[in-house]
Design a protein. Structure first.
Lengths: 435, 395
């Protein structure tokens, strides 16, 4: 009897029930998509941030980097300590190798620049020539092949002409400011003379605008800079872009002195992708290297990450609340519509318990159907959001399914309760009269 | 409807209008629970729309402010032929920046000094300003409170073996202009803190500008940093305006995170728009279902009016008016609740209050009304299907 009534209720009021199921599905869809996105947003934002610039800089121990600031000393001319180019690939072998999105080595050399064929103007100020990788192919010990270099690490540069390749030893790229000062254009030939007299002729194949000091430099493949500087196999800086976790108290203490941590704290720190632990691991795989998180970048990244994360959580809560209220609203409305039928049930002597059971069972069936459909749609919607907003897939997580199921149950029961209370109080004579 | 066309049509029309108004009012007040449900549905949608739109409109301001506390985004240096930045020049730059919200600014003067027999760069500045402008510096110990106290870069401290609280002797390099050959000017400072920045500052001695002037004599500033609260796309224009207004300087935006900041904001905005759209769809279904239920309840009444000669247009107008009133009330409620939500987010995330732009409030109400209007399309079709003869058969 109960089953027949349930079936009757579901089939006869098909339109209304379908509407609730549809709304439930839509609500579950919103919930699934938002929860899925909320769990993933940290990773995605972090990825987005790491496409713009390095947040860890590796330098040789004891290097004088005074020329970093305002060109005080030309450190490039002195044969100071250096990093080995052969060791740069080791960065991709550390514990957090997967989080290292890009890196490139740099070698700077102060060189005289003159138009090819003329004697270089002795009185013109030397120009910083930077050697680096562009899209260097690396074979890792794991058998993987990765590409590392400036094309990815300086993705925001505006380049006219085009990037050059690592093998193009006769080509160079020139910063827009320098090109303007010296009247250089694409296709011009430059004669570069290193500090010890080594000379190289290169052709300008690209002009770039970086918005900084780099606009006044010449960019060549690393091998060319090494030849100019007379320092084969050496580099003096490696810039690394890594996905990092915002610093917390542990990371701050570790950054001051990793030795002061307890064993378990040290393990937690080592196995979390803090900028400081990644830097520490890079120091482990390169000889005489000092890796430092660029705090200006990591702090800003941390700010953006924590703030957007919090906004996402609150927005997710709002959307969950809104869809829950919307669905509960409908459930209430549709249960109230059943007044005449319930009146009849009560008139022929149905106890309150039977009425409550019938309605809850009905809602359970509708909720299940709507929830399952909505969850499926939500998984799809999350992917759409992922590709539209973040340009990447959203990882489906089991916890999302559990949360959505819980929400649907809460909303269906919560939405039915006020209506059930009303129906239980219903006087059959009044409803059946139709007023 | 025939009544409208008789000679004294004006009176009849007034009567018609009064009647229509009374009917809408009665229908709204008498079916209070239904109306409440419908208004609630509209209000939920409007809350989501208003709240999310306010956040989307106001986030960039707050996020960029928050980022400016981390680091500067505009660097002013002397133009090519200038020896440095004079105080008067910086005042001109301040004037050029008038009207912009400058979160922090600091001017630096650099000087090579010797400490523990090594050469380092010393940066002289108003350290109170520096503390504001260099939010990303991690200082172990304290920021210098007064003259005689200095900050050491972490590398300097390591090489010199200096610790917080110790005294260090700083001298000008021998052979420096203005310094006697045998006895270079020197001064003793207390190390109040050790700074880690992950950049050039790690190898610097940071001290008060007055202390540096006492040691090395007066001199102009070398560079000034500004943190201007503005979206990154405006920054290049600001920099250009400064360079034009003050010919002695060259202003350049700091590119580092500018682009990614803009990209993340765009990401967040798209997401908020998607959520608002989905919640609005839910709202529309809610309104539609509720109004269908209202039509079902009132079918006898509608049938009676049809039997008495009311045509479909009159009935439609009544339902549409009802929907507009619902949309207006729900929309207004949504503006209030949405503002409350956005305010809460502002407090929780940025510890600042947010402002709802007037156009967001206006758009929220407008969209709420539009969505409600769309929601009554199905109910209107239902009223058209009511056949008075069938409906009134039993009465």
């Amino acid at each position: 009897m109960f089953l027949r009534m349930l079936r009757g209720a579901l089939i006869r009021h098909r339109g209304g029930r379908a509407m609730i199921a549809l709304t439930t599905a839509l609500g579950a869809c919103v919930a699934t998509a938002m929860l899925g996105v909320a769990f993933d947003v940290g990773d995605k934002v972090s990825q987005e941030l790491s496409t713009y610039g390095a947040n860890i800089v590796v330098q040789p121990k004891g290097a004088a980097v005074l020329d970093d600031v305002y060109g005080l000393a030309d450190a490039a001319t002195t044969g100071g300590p250096a990093l080995q180019e052969a060791e740069v690939a080791n960065i991709k072998t550390i514990f957090w190798a997967f989080n290292i999105t890009q890196f490139a080595p740099f070698l700077e050399v102060a060189a005289q620049v003159g138009a090819s064929g003329e004697a270089s103007m002795a009185d013109a100020a030397p120009v910083t020539v930077v050697g680096s990788w562009f899209a260097h192919q690396l074979a890792l010990p794991t058998g993987e092949h990765v590409s590392a270099g400036l094309i990815e690490l300086r993705a925001w540069w505006e380049v006219a002409g085009g990037w050059i390749a690592d093998g193009d030893v006769g080509l160079a790229m020139v910063g827009s400011k320098l090109a303007q000062e010296r009247g250089l254009g694409l296709g011009d030939w430059l004669a570069l003379t290193g500090p010890a007299g080594q000379a190289v002729d290169v052709q300008v194949a690209g002009l770039y605008t970086a918005g900084g000091d780099e606009d006044g430099q010449v960019l060549v493949p690393l091998a060319v800079a090494q030849q100019l500087a007379g320092r084969p196999g050496e580099v003096d800086r490696v810039e690394v872009a890594a996905l990092t976790t915002p610093d917390n108290d542990l990371a701050r203490r570790a950054a001051q002195n990793p030795g002061a941590l307890t064993v378990s704290e040290w393990e937690t720190w080592y196995c979390t992708a803090y900028a400081s632990s990644i830097a520490y691991q890079i120091e482990e795989v390169m000889t005489d290297a000092v890796a430092k998180p660029v705090r200006e970048v990591t702090e800003a990244q941390g700010t953006i990450l924590t703030k957007t994360g919090m906004i996402m959580i609150l927005v997710t809560l709002l959307s969950l609340l809104a869809s829950a209220l919307g669905v509960a609203n409908l459930v209430t409305a549709s249960v109230m519509e059943r007044a005449p039928q319930i009146g009849l049930m009560k008139a022929v002597g149905a106890p309150d318990g039977a009425v409550v059971r019938l309605i809850l069972a009905e809602m359970a069936v509708i909720g299940l159907a709507g929830g399952v459909v909505g969850f499926g749609l939500g998984l799809g919607a999350a992917q759409v959001v992922g590709f539209a907003v973040f340009g990447g897939a959203i990882t489906p997580r089991p916890v999302v399914a559990a949360l959505v199921a819980l929400l649907v149950v809460l909303v269906m029961v919560g939405g039915s309760l006020p209506a059930i209370r009303l129906l239980v109080r219903l006087r059959p004579a009044e409803v059946l009269h139709g007023r | 409807m025939a009544a409208r066309n008789v000679t004294s049509g004006d009176n009849h029309q007034v009567a018609n209008h009064t009647m229509a108004r009374r009917m809408v009012l009665a229908s709204l007040t008498r079916r209070r629970s239904r109306v409440l449900i419908a208004v609630a549905a509209v209000a939920i949608g409007a809350t989501a729309l208003g709240g999310l739109a306010t956040i989307a409109a106001d986030i960039p301001r707050h996020l960029s402010r928050e980022l400016r506390e981390v680091g500067a985004n505009l660097v002013v240096s002397p133009a090519g032929d200038q020896p440095g930045l004079a105080d008067t020049t910086l005042q001109q730059v301040d004037q050029a920046l008038a009207g912009r919200q400058v979160v922090a600014q600091a001017a630096f003067r650099y000087q090579t000094v010797r400490l523990a027999n090594q050469s380092y760069l010393a940066a002289g500045a108003d350290l109170n300003q520096v503390q504001q402008a260099k939010g990303y510096w991690a200082v172990q110990g304290e920021w210098p409170a007064g003259p005689g106290q200095v900050l050491l870069g972490t590398d300097v401290a390591a090489w010199a073996g200096a610790e917080v609280g110790q005294n260090v002797t700083v001298s000008l390099p021998v052979g420096q202009e203005g310094a006697a050959d045998e006895a270079a000017p020197q001064a003793v400072y207390t190390v109040s803190g050790i700074v880690t920045a992950g950049g050039a500052e790690d190898e610097m001695v940071v001290l008060w500008a007055d202390d540096l002037a006492a040691l090395a004599g007066p001199g102009p500033w070398d560079v000034a940093e500004y943190s201007v609260a503005s979206e990154s796309k405006d920054l290049a224009a600001i920099a250009q305006a400064i360079s034009q207004a003050v010919p002695q300087v060259q202003a350049e935006p700091v590119q580092r995170l500018a682009r990614s900041e803009a990209d993340v904001l765009a990401m967040l905005r798209t997401l908020l728009a998607l959520v608002a759209t989905l919640v609005l769809a839910l709202t529309m279904i809610g309104v539609s279902t509720t109004m269908v239920a209202v039509v079902t309840e009132r079918r006898v009444e509608i049938a009676l009016r049809k039997a008495l000669g009311a045509d479909q247009a009159v009935i439609n107008r009544e339902f549409v008016t009802e929907a507009l009133v619902l949309g207006l009330v729900g929309g207004l409620a949504g503006v209030g609740l949405g503002y409350a939500f956005a305010w809460g987010v502002g407090q929780a995330v940025f510890h600042r209050s947010v402002q709802m732009p007037w156009w967001v409030a206006l758009a929220t109400v407008a969209v709420a009304i539009a969505v409600t209007r769309l929601g009554v399309i199905v109910p209107l079709r239902r009223t058209a299907q009511i056949d008075p003869a069938l409906q009134l058969r039993e009465e």
